[in-house]
Ligand binder design. Structure first.
Ligand code: GUN
Length: 285
């Protein structure tokens, strides 16, 4: 039976440290770090995500600005909203909740966000710093950064290990593969077009999965003693499940993240972490 990597407990610990740091920063600089959240349209899932982000900010003392716009906002209008937030000296972090309505380009709006305020870590400048391992000089994407915190907190070695990343999204798969490579793991990246997925996954000492395909990874695809990180989240018959068949795989893995309660809470925690980091970088400390 695997060690369960507890994302709720790890989040609580990090959020507690952030709460103390925010208190100290408020005393020193006269205001709290501030996150601006931009929501376009009324996608119910996005509404919930945004509400959770704002609530999590409040709990650690981070101020938030909630900017909502109708689904028919134009690209130019949205770009100018971002420009105004870039120029607002009291805003430290900006996120534009994705997905956007079809007529809007998320790449264009992300490119508009000032890299120093890009707390999602999606701007090409931050993507480049991630690839180069210049973590201290930029803002790293929240989910991959949260996964790396698990390895650190549980003393899971990466150097020389076979790490397999299943999923090659810009938000998770590509940056996490880079972070694992920067930690000197031997990294394979698999995706929806990979032939014979289990050929790769069976060799993984570290198996990270971010596909959104419920229970894609079965026990016979996992090496005995592997560390399994499940970054998927889907709802199946009203139940929240990950990309890994948790009940079967936990009998074979040495450590595994559950869904829910694994990587999920760490994503928001790292958004808070990035907002505090952006504030400090802007204050020159
Ligand atoms: N939609 C789903 N996940 C994310 C995220 O991490 N950031 C933003 N901005 N939108 C999202």
């Amino acid at each position: 039976m695997a060690l369960i990597l507890d994302g709720r407990a790890l989040s609580e610990k990090i959020r507690g440290e952030l709460r103390e740091e925010v208190e100290e920063l408020k005393g020193r600089f006269g205001r709290a770090p501030t996150l601006a959240v931009v929501l376009v349209g009324n996608d119910p899932a996005s509404e919930i995500y945004v509400r959770n982000k704002v609530k999590a900010c409040e709990k650690v003392g981070i101020s938030s600005i909630d900017r909502r716009f109708p689904a028919d906002i134009t690209q130019e209008e949205l770009n100018s909203v971002v420009k105004e937030l870039n120029e607002n000296p009291e805003v430290d972090g900006i996120i534009v909740q994705l997905p956007l309505p079809e007529h809007l380009s998320c790449r264009e709006v992300i490119n508009y966000i000032s890299p120093e305020k890009d707390v999602d870590g999606f701007h090409p400048v931050n993507v480049g710093k991630c690839m180069l391992g210049l973590y201290d000089q930029g803002l790293m994407p929240c989910t991959p950064a949260g996964v790396m915190k698990f390895f650190e907190a549980y003393n899971i070695p990466l150097k020389g290990k076979n790490a397999v990343m299943v999923g090659h999204s810009n938000i998770v798969g590509k940056p996490l593969a880079n972070m694992l490579l920067n930690a000197n793991a031997t990294v394979s990246v698999c995706h929806v077009y990979t032939e014979d997925l289990s050929h790769y996954t069976r060799y993984a000492d570290i198996l990270c999965v971010a596909t959104g395909v419920p229970h894609l990874i079965k026990a016979d695809m996992v090496k005995e003693g592997a560390v399994v990180i499940d970054i998927g989240i889907s709802r199946v018959n009203g139940k929240i499940v990950g990309d890994v068949d948790f009940d079967a795989v936990k009998e074979k893995a040495s450590a595994i993240t559950p869904v829910p309660g694994g990587v999920g809470p760490m994503t928001i925690t790292m958004l808070l972490y990035n907002t505090v980091k952006a504030f400090k970088m802007r204050m020159g400390i």
